[in-house]
Write a protein that binds this ligand. Structure first.
Ligand SMILES: *Cc1c(COP(=O)(O)O)cnc(C)c1O
Length: 441
């Protein structure tokens, strides 16, 4: 088939339709995209425009086919256009798109989320991960009466003002250490520490005792590439925050329902005070959530004084999609299979690089994975930035030409869905090895 011919030769597939759309898009939208990493600035070249997707596959506007490991940047753990999700959304749409009054779907999804995340005794739905983290931090500040927060270098928590300090992938890829438009007065309230560095965290708490409202952390990092926590890191954060009366916020927007059904907090057995969710929770529709200990959540309006609201929060289409996806995850438990397949992919990529003598390290937890073109170990964003950017660019485009869609940045995690087969994975390993060989030449 045409696909394997492409795979064999690595020729440039036709991209005329995407190129024309990109020119039009740039006239009406900054950079032609509605979220910066989509513009491919991290790898050079131009993005393709998507026509449609099904299962593990995407097709672009020129009809090229890709095996997709971006999966909408995480949400699509069942793959694209899963029949149960599509049916649920269509059914909900037929009954109206939004009411501004509560529905049973919001109750059912909240109950189901709490089954996966028992630490979220009460939770609130919002429409994005950014909204979830902004709201959680406002709540942490309101609950503790403190203004400072601590985050980690290379961790990304959405584009809220307080978080755009050493904020990982998108920002690092674009070379913006900080963002204009964020008041310096506000940034000063955001302390940063290197990921996996408990000593630095302890120092921050010694310097500002009783002043830090919360630590917010990607418990497994996906936005600086894939970084796993050291054994004692998350439990250390728990101990430090507890001793100081500060809150621990796990930003599980990416890791929730992903590294394990109950996220990193289940996998590492650490109970945060607050959790933020997004991505998988909405199955590709706009859903975020934040929640946690009941006494903290009861500070949110209308029960308490901390204000947070949303016209489209708990949107019925989004709730229906999330419910359909999470019910399948609960009832079918695809996690062992997903994990095995993800390990198979990473092992294959590492073996291919080793065969070619290219330094590469990588790993996975559940169906979240990543590799760096660097000699190991990579434990922090600083380590990650040692990876070979020029080689990655060439490798990236070689893989794309061969019909494999990885995230267009050296500092992003990859994902796996239940729609990917072992054959897809083996085909990907083969094509990636060809792409790497070509990139070396
Ligand atoms: C994607 C992401 C966010 C932001 O979510 P959006 O829905 O893009 O606003 C926040 N935190 C983490 C860990 C993420 O991966």
């Amino acid at each position: 088939m045409a696909e394997s011919e492409r795979a064999g030769e690595g020729k440039n597939p036709a991209r005329a339709a995407s190129a024309a759309l990109f020119r039009r898009a740039q006239e009406v939208t900054p950079g032609g995209v509605n979220s910066p990493v989509r513009a491919f600035r991290g790898v050079g070249g131009e993005p393709f425009f998507v026509d449609r997707a099904a299962g593990a596959r995407l097709w672009d506007a020129d009809g090229n086919e890709y095996i997709d490991y971006v999966l909408s940047w995480g949400p699509l753990i069942l793959g694209h256009a899963h029949p149960a999700v599509i049916a649920a959304v269509c059914d909900a749409a037929g009954r109206g798109t939004s009411y501004g009054a509560p529905t049973v779907g919001e109750v059912e999804l909240a109950e189901l989320v709490r089954e996966f995340f028992p630490s979220m005794e009460r939770l609130r739905f919002v429409s994005s991960g950014t909204e979830a983290t902004m709201s959680a931090v406002r709540l942490a500040r309101g609950f503790t009466g403190r203004d400072m927060i601590l985050k980690f270098e290379g961790n990304y928590h959405g584009h809220g003002d307080s978080f755009l300090v050493k904020a990982g992938s998108g920002v690092a890829t674009l070379g913006l250490p900080n963002s204009p438009g964020v008041p310096a007065e506000l940034s000063k309230l955001t302390l940063t520490a290197p990921y996996n560095d408990l000593r630095a965290v302890e120092e921050a708490f010694r310097a500002f005792p009783g002043q830090i409202a919360c630590i917010i952390v990607e418990p497994v990092v996906g936005n600086a590439g894939f970084l796993a926590p050291d054994d004692d890191f998350l439990s250390g954060l728990r101990r430090i925050t507890e001793a100081d009366g500060s809150l621990l916020v796990f930003d599980e927007v990416m890791t929730g329902f992903r590294v394990a059904p109950g996220g990193a907090q289940e996998l590492f057995n650490v109970r945060p005070d607050l959790t933020t969710l997004g991505k998988v929770i909405g199955a590709g529709l706009p859903v975020g959530a934040y929640g946690g200990r009941r006494e903290i959540m009861d500070h949110i309006a209308p029960v308490g004084p901390v204000y947070q609201a949303g016209t489209l929060s708990g949107n019925p289409l989004a709730m229906a999609a999330g419910l359909a996806q999470l019910r399948i995850l609960r009832d079918e438990n695809p996690y062992p299979k997903l994990e095995r397949r993800t390990r198979r992919l990473v092992a294959g990529l590492l073996a291919g690089a080793a065969e070619l003598g290219v330094p590469m390290v990588g790993g996975s937890l559940g169906s979240m994975w990543g590799v760096f073109l660097a000699a190991g170990p990579v434990r922090s964003f600083e380590d990650a930035q040692r990876s070979d950017a020029a080689l990655f660019q060439r490798f990236y485009h070689g893989a794309l030409r061969r019909g494999v869609f990885f995230a267009p940045s050296a500092f992003e995690a990859g994902f796996m869905s239940t729609a990917h087969t072992d054959e897809d994975v083996d085909e990907t390993i083969q094509r990636a090895r060809d792409a790497l060989r070509e990139a070396l030449a």
